[in-house]
Write a protein that binds this ligand. Sequence first.
Ligand code: FES
Length: 367
Amino acid sequence: MTVPDSRPVRPVAEPVENPSLSLRALNAIAHVYAKAVSENPVVQKVSPARPQRFAGYEFPVRVEAVVDEADGVKSLTLARTDGKRMPGWLPGAHIDVTLPSGRRRQYSLAGKPPVEDRYRIAVRRIDDGLVSPEIHALSEGAELTVRGPRNAFPMAAEEHYLFVAAGIGITPILGMIQAAAAARADWTLYYHGRTRDSMPFLAELEALAAGTDNTVIVASDDLDGVPHIDSVLRLAREDSALYVCGPIGLSLALRDRIPAVAPGVKFHTELFSPAPVVDGKPFAIRLSTTDEVVQVGATETALDAVRRARPDQAFSCRQGFCGACIVGMRSGAPVHRDRALRPDEQGTAFALCVSRADADSELVLDI
Ligand code: FES
């Protein structure tokens, strides 16, 4: 979902140059343990690694308010029910929401809601979808579980922002605009939707721009046609940071025209759908529980291939950051493309949604 230049950097531990006696002792114990247990093929056979990632907090919430924000879009204000405060978050953050059916989806936090210590998400109804109709059927008092927040779309401090949002992509951008306004940074928003009536938060955005030199430009398919990429980029200044949230085609079109139209602009994006597989080569996955072999084609993900054999294989973001699809790995030559695994986990675990393997090789996974 996020292109590499907006990738958050994981802090790396500094090497210890003069380890103390106790550190050396711990190191020796860890070495013996690794030889006796972690690297012991018998132990691995009996008790294979099954990494499970639980990032952030999980806590119960109640739907405190449901608001019709636009045609087909509702916002939900969520209040914690265990008496604790909501974890803090920064613009661009999202949460996992588990619904009464057990289905789980990720939603960007839709700016700061009017009520303190609450989260707000906004959901567009997809009529033939599995989850958005369930969310739209929720009423005040419904109980949900939230995990997070996490941030795969962090916002840096800049002098000027050009925000581009399409449709429900306004949700993370709204929080960024609130933050830019609070920091008295300059900003311009280009906001595109199908129709004006389908675009949530227009009044809040106009209120944020009121009385300032900042601008909200609203355009829609029915009145203005599709976005004109070069015209949108010409809204940038030389020192602008461009933050985009919307369909992958819009994000990539903007990114590709930056060198010609707005060189120097810093590009950050969050996509709604997985990016297509790039430079994929075919490889095979052996499922260790049955010895079944699944072929992964050059243009499909390992997750898609595994789900042909294991339709219940867990996943969530499909973009390599949430950790939901991580499975244990026994052998093979993986090409890790995720941002969920730490370097010390990469030898024994694999993120199915984005990672791959050397061409024509075989990975053995704990599935
Ligand atoms: S589904 Fe989120 S990391 Fe793979």
